[in-house]
Ligand binder design. Sequence first.
Ligand code: NAP
Length: 289
Amino acid sequence: MSISDHGPRRVLCVIGYPIGHSVSPAMQNAAIRALGLSLTYVAFEVHPRCLGDAVRGALALRIAGMNVTIPHKSAVLRYLDSVSPRARALSSVNTICFSNGGSHGDSTDGPGFLASLRDEGVDPAGRRVVLIGAGGSARAVAHALLESGAAAVTIAARDADRRASALAALAPADIHGRLRGCSTEPKDLHPEVADADMVVNCTPLGMSPRADAMPPVDTDWLRPETVVCDLIYNPPTTRFLQSARARGCRTIDGRGMLVHQGALSLAMWTGFAPPTDTMREALDQQLGV
Ligand code: NAP
């Protein structure tokens, strides 16, 4: 829908269901204050039945930008006027820009993950990476790793159909044949993990309030040189990361990705480079770290 109108756009938001847990308002408002912008960022709980109304409403209310989180990242595509090639390939949108020309969706999850590696001085080029999970975040991370020159990317997931559909979606980005699938059965996953330079948990296993859960990886399979990442940020140090550290592995938690995917969204909406240190402080305060 194209709307020609004038006047300021002052509100940014995140939609999800549920949304009460969201740390994005604290993180984004800290950056907005530091940049001295006349914007405010709020969270809206949107029932899946109301998703189309929420996007149309945002356009009508002249919302400046919207983050999209679980469970709407895939479903929202059909309500947008345009989406980036990356978001189309991943079938996942976490950032919407509104303008008089309509709504445009993109995904900053993959670039956010890469930026979190960069912060830690880790370059994925030439590395063999195993991702546990085949959902939206696994696809985004796999896409970003393929684009940044990883030597091999294995998607390990329990559900063969979900795994196959992730591999099919990523096939166009896999021009050098570096992507493959694997079950989470120990006989399949053990050799993949033992051979990996990097293992990334892209499942919610270990996330609060079920912080005792572990992804289906025996950390005895890990080599001490392997970098182990978890996309989960609450708790910041999951049981999986604790166990990998005890094995001697270097670990990277999900806070860096969260900060950078949010900073990239804010940069798209405002054109300014957000202060990621300030965002990280606000996030840590929210998490009680
Ligand atoms: P998703 O689309 O629901 O995918 C979750 C994946 O985990 C699916 O492949 C699912 O397999 C698998 N899984 C769930 N329970 C499992 C179990 N018991 N055993 C084996 N596999 C299991 O979720 P997502 O959006 O990718 O998010 C995954 C995690 O990443 C969440 O914790 C989320 O908070 C985190 N995340 C963090 C950031 C960040 O910025 N740090 C960004 C995005 C996501 P099935 O299909 O078989 O159920």
